[in-house]
Every structure is written in structure tokens, then in C-alpha cells.
Design a protein around this ligand. Sequence first.
Ligand code: FAD
Length: 484
Amino acid sequence: MPGVTTEAVEPELTRYPALSAYRRQTEGPARTPLIPPLPRKAPRIRPATPLRVTPNALRAGIATGAGAVTVLWAAQATPSPRLDVLFAGGAHLTGLLAGYGILVMLFLMARVPAVEHGVGADRLARHHARGGRHVLTLCAAHVVLALLGDAAHTGTDLVTTATDLLGYPGIAAAAAGTLILVTVGVSSARAVRRRVGHGTWQGLHLLTYVAAGLAFAHQLAGPDIAYSPAGLGLWSLLHATVAVLLVWYRLVVPARQALRHGLRVVDVRVEAPGVVSVVMRGRDLGLLHAEPGQFLRWRFLTRRLWHTALPFSLSAPVDGDHIRITVQAVGAHTRRVRRLRRGVRVVATGPFGALTAHRRTRRKVLLLAGGVGITPLRALFETLPGGPGDITLLYRASNAERLVLCEELESIARTRGAALHYLLGPSDAAFDPLAPQALRNLVPELADHDVYLCGPPGMTAAATRALARAGVPEDRVHAESFTY
Ligand SMILES: Cc1cc2nc3c(=O)[nH]c(=O)nc-3n(C[C@H](O)[C@H](O)[C@H](O)COP(=O)(O)OP(=O)(O)OC[C@H]3O[C@@H](n4cnc5c(N)ncnc54)[C@H](O)[C@@H]3O)c2cc1C
């Protein structure tokens, strides 16, 4: 195959036209791209919000809140050596922390731009998943301690205590809320989630709002909140704030964006087997303030797709009234995207994600893409500021047929004086193009680069390990995974 090696060392840019010629031969004449690669000065994109909450600030904020909840509990607690009082005290603390945890979970998913753009959607999803497990543990501890406390107080066995307690409406409602949380937790376990499908999983997640409401009512009746006017005020304010953020960013903003931009599909073009680019046209797209590297959630208003909002990264910077994504068919919905017709209305919400220029700390940048993970990196390749030699793009794929957007990448590389290498070959081949030494050979002074990394989870994990072994500090590897 001209211009293609499975050894993955293609340091010469002069070889790429040969590869383009190969692709043209197999796919027919090249078409004029609707969004051409822009061989001019990298455009300046104003971010949607100048505020970005860093991951450390988010962690510190959450921990401070948990500390404040513990202080609120300690202010009400009556020290006593009695077993029932000790159990009850533990039940109150775990109950309050579980309630706070539910609020944090909702906040993390409220899509607040400063948090989304600073922390990144995939890291937020990981925090959410880990936090969900903590909340369930706290709920379980609360139930057990409350039962033990009441049983010790009344001198009855646990079953009688549980039956008696469930007779109180407040406790029954809280039990229903806990059951909902457990169901959501179980449906999120990897093995179960694969079977239930994204729609069912999302539907179950919506029930957590009901669980949060039931938990809130239960806490209001408890002594820690009910007997403390300051506690009651603070607790209510926290809940009201999260509720307003949720309504604003998950309902009002998407509705406003849908009305404002009036997006419609104008072209669907095949990039490679199973991969299409969808170009859309809309009004006032500059007001999205979508930065290269970010993604939006796209709802295509067809009979089979309107009910799901799929996340796809921008595969080119927004260009006037055009916006483009590039989609690989992996499941039922993405297969339908390939069949979209011209004129279909689209509702896009966003932008989201933190894989943007603001994370950069070094002059030299390595963009490392695997498979369809090229999409956000293609947009960054064009727009990251830098002179000749500053930017390198490594694009890993199993073979040349699976490469997409090559002509654009090559044109950008030529125009910017950037390096572009295709790393081809099956993942189980003897030669590993992502091994530390192979990376160092391709990218001189690798340890002094910022690395933007996007690809399938296995490739991302392997590349992260290799980069660490090649001397790139962890905080200079900016990765995004396409999985939830
Ligand atoms: C931040 C981000 C950016 C992405 N950018 C791109 C891109 O530029 N190009 C590209 O081809 N793919 C991209 N993806 C992946 C793409 O979103 C999934 O492949 C697609 O949603 C799968 O949909 P499906 O129903 O066809 O597949 P399924 O087989 O049903 O699902 C495959 C996987 O996608 C997840 N998924 C399905 N629907 C959704 C949804 N509505 N929201 C979130 N996850 C969902 C499922 O949980 C499952 O893990 C991106 C994903 C994320 C998270």
C-alpha cells in the first residue's frame, strides 16, 4: 500500500500525499469540503465562560461541604455513653452526609459551564460514579445504625423495629427513596448497564430526582435540621440552589439554544467505512462559544432519533453558520445518524468538555488520537496557537482504511509546519507504536510537551502509561474518553 506502513514510523510529511492518492483511488474523486481546512491564522475563540472550576477546587469544595455538614451534626449531638444514643448519633451523621452526597451528585450532573469546562465531562462522570457508591454506602450505614439504635432503645428485635418504623409515613417515603437509589446504583454497575441499554439507564436515573425529594423531606423531619433554624435555612438554600442550577442548565439553556440556532443537516458524507461527517447549518453559532476540543449533545429530530441526545465532539471549529461532527457507527443510534437526510432539524446542547487550549502549559504540544478520537484533536490541530515545529499529531489506527479526515489533516500540517504521523497496524502486532521509546523517537523532547489524548479506553490507558514511562508528567496529559 503506498504511503502506509504497519511499523508506524512515518516521520516524513512528503509521504502523505501518496496516502491521499491511495484514498482517492478507492473512494472516487475528492470533494470540495463544506468546511474547508482553514489554512489561515488560527482563529481566536472566546470561551463560553471565563470561569473554570479546577478539579482540585471542586474536590476541595466538596470536602469543605462535607466538613460543614459534620459540624452541623456535631452542634446538635448530645454526648452520651448509651449504646442507643451512639447508634442514633451515627445514623444522623450518615443520613446527613448521604443527603449532602445526593446533592453533590445532582450538582455534578447539572452541566454548569464553569464546572464542565474546568473539570471535563468524563472526569465529572467518574466522580459521579464513585460518589454514587459512597452515597449508597452512607444510606446503608444510616439504615443499619438507625435500626440498631431504635432496637436498643425499645428493646425489640431488628425485624419488629423495621416493621414498626415503616409504619411512619416519613420513614416509608425515605425507604422508597433508598430503594430508588439502590436500583439506580445496580443499573449503573458495568455488567448490568451493558444489558439494560442507555435509554432505560437514563430513565432510571431520572428517578433520582424523586429520591432526592423524598430524602429532603425525611431530613427536614429529622432533629439535626428541624431543631436548628440556621441548619434548616442552610439546608433549604443548598437544595434550592442545586434545583435552580438543574432547571436552568438542563432545561432553560437547551430550550433557548434550540430556538436560537435553528440547526439543520445540510450534508452527510462518508469518511471511511462506518464513519460519516454530518455538516449542519444554523443561526448565530458564534453565540455557542464552542471551543475546539469540546463536544455537544446532539438530538436529531427524526422518528427514530429524537428521543436521545448523543455526545459528539466538533470535528472542525465552528465556521460561520456551519458546524460539523464526525460519527462512527457503533450502535443502533449512530447507525441511524449515517442515514440522516438533508433538512433534518437538530437540537444541540452545549458546549461541554475541558479538552481545550486553556489546559495548555507548554509551547510544544503532542496530539495523540486513536480511531474516531481524532475528532476533537482535528479541531485542536487547526486552532492551537503555535509556530512551525510546535505541534505534532500522532494518529493511531489499525489500517489506512480506518483513517478519516486525512486530506484536512495533511493540509493543516503543511500550512502550519506541524508534524503529522499515522501509526498504523493492529493493536496485537509485535511492534507497538505507542511504546515509550517509539513515542520518543517520533517526538523529540517529548517530556517537555503537553499531550492531548483521545481514543478508545484501552488505547488511552496504554498511551497514558507509555507517556508516564517516557517522562511526561501526569498533569500534562489531558485525556478525554468517549465512554460513559
Ligand atoms: C464526550 C464524548 C465525545 C464523543 N465524541 C464522539 C465523536 O466525535 N465521534 C464519535 O463517533 N463518537 C463520539 N463519542 C461516542 C458516541 O457518543 C457513542 O459512540 C454513541 O453515543 C453511541 O451511541 P449508539 O446508541 O449508537 O451506541 P450504543 O451501542 O447504544 O452505545 C455505545 C456506548 O455509547 C454510550 N451511549 C449511548 N447513547 C449515549 C448517550 N445518549 N449519551 C452518552 N452515552 C451514550 C453507551 O452507554 C455505550 O457505552 C463521544 C462520546 C463522548 C462521551
